[in-house]
Write a protein that binds this ligand. Sequence first.
Ligand code: C5P
Length: 223
Amino acid sequence: MKQIGNYLTIAIDGPAGSGKSTVARLVAEKLGLLYLDSGAMYRAVTVLAIQNEVETNIPKLIELVKTCHIEFKDNGKKILLNSDDVSVQIRTPEVNNLVADIAKVPEIRHEIVRHQRKIGEEGSIIAEGRDLTTIVFPCADFKFYLDASVKERAKRRFAELQTQNVDTTLESVEAEIRARDEKDMSREHSPLQAAKDAIHIDTTGKTIDEVVDLIVAKIGSRH
Ligand code: C5P
């Protein structure tokens, strides 16, 4: 991979369970890029809301977001909120159920997007989420849209949660994913949608390694 002058920016969007986080993390390792998990930032803001009991007091939450400090460590593996490691808290069912309602607030998105662009200015990056190819980095060097059937995405999430001993059922995970898809795709500001020039990859039936290789090959062939 040759990148002379400007930094390389790779953006990936897709719904929950499409495999984008795992894939982006591995591509980052292979190509030596900074990994940006944008969903983790909206999740951290949700933890901030819960901690301060302002889940429904949006003006107060906006104020807190403007002064909070969100930081990644270990190339995106850990996330700190005001210096506290909240990497575990951001994955709880409570946060899963609340995050899409917090992430739809335009003022909150504005602050988070500003932060994401700043991270993008600091080095070559692979960033994933819901609006990275459309809003945050519309001029990214490479854009991908990952998708998979709802059933497959629910199965993956369920398997992941089982390894973490989270007490849940496949049916409730599927219902949670459907509800989040609906909220993320139908919201007024920055809804989840594929950028016109994004490369679509249906990950149904594909292994993580196959998807990683596909992305690395696309980058290699056009770069
Ligand atoms: O990617 P992840 O599932 O962790 O994202 C959690 C939630 O954060 C999404 O369901 C969505 O509501 C919000 N999100 C967003 N924009 C992004 C990334 C995530 O609105 N770029």
